[in-house]
Design a protein around this ligand. Sequence first.
Ligand code: MN
Length: 307
Amino acid sequence: MQRRKWEIFGAPFDHGSEYEGTGSAPEAIRAAGLMRRVEHLRSLGIDVTDQGDVQPAGGRDSKVTPRGLAEMLGYAPALVEALEASRDKGAIPVVLGGDHSVTVASVASVVRSLRKQGIAEPSVGILWVDAHPDFEMPGPQGTNTLNAMPVTHLVGRDVGGLRELPDLAPGIDADHLVFIGLRDVLTEEREAIRDLSIRAFTASDIERLGIDAVCREAIGHLGEGPDAVVLTFDIDVLDPVFAPAVDYPELGGLSTREGTVIMEHAHQLENLALVELVEVNPLKDREGITVRVAGQLLHRLIEGPLL
Ligand SMILES: [Mn+2]
C-alpha cells in the first residue's frame, strides 16, 4: 500500500441536529486523547497531522426546514474547499463532526478532487456505519432535520433544494452504498432501501454473521467498484453502553470491539479517500467515555490492525 498521509479536520457543525452539542465534539475528542494518540502515531513514522477546525459562521436559523439546511448552504463551501485541498495533496482527510449532515460536504470534496484528476464522472462508494440509515424525506414524518437525510441527498433525491448547489451535486450510485449497524429505520426508509436494493447489514445481521464476515463482504464490494470510498462512522452505531453521548441512542448496538474490527478493515481499503467520525455529543457524555472511544477508533483506523 502506498504511504499514506492523514489530515484531521474538525467540522464543528451541529445545526443539522435537533440538539446542540455535537459542535463541541472535535475539541473534546482531541482533548480526550486523540492528540496524544496522534503524537504516538507520528513517533511510529505515520504521517498524521491536525489541520484544525473549519468553523461554521453565524447561529441557527430555526425558521428554515429541514433544520440545518440554510446553515449548511452557508457552511458547505468552506468545508468542501478545505477537504478538497487535502484530497488534492493526496491526503486522506479525517473529519471530526459535527452532526451527520457534514457528509454532504465531505462526499462533494471527494467527487470534486476526482474530477480534477481527470475522472469526468467519478464513482464514490460510501461505507455508512450507523444505527440509522439517515434516509428520511423532508416533512413531518421524521425529525425533519438535515442530519436525518444526508443519504436522501446523496442518492439524488431532493432535500430542500440542496442538490441545486452545483458543487454539492451528489450522484452516488446506490450500488456503491453499504450500511452497517442499522437498527432504527422508518417505514419510508425501509421502502427506499428496498427500492434501490441497497446493501444493508443490520445489527442483527452482525449478530448472526459476525462482524468480520460483514466487513469482508462490505469492503470487498466497495474495494472493487468505485474510484474512491468514504467511510462515515456515526458513533451511535455503538451501543449506548459503550457510547452514551449521542443525540439518538438506540439499544442493541455494536460493541467497542466490533467498531474496532470495522476500523481495521477500513484501513485495508486501497481506495479509501476520506473518513468521518460524527454525532458525538460531549454535552451528554458520561465520564468522557464516548470522546475517548472516538479517539481510540480513529487511532486503529489510521494505524491499522494491532498486530
Ligand atoms: Mn445515527
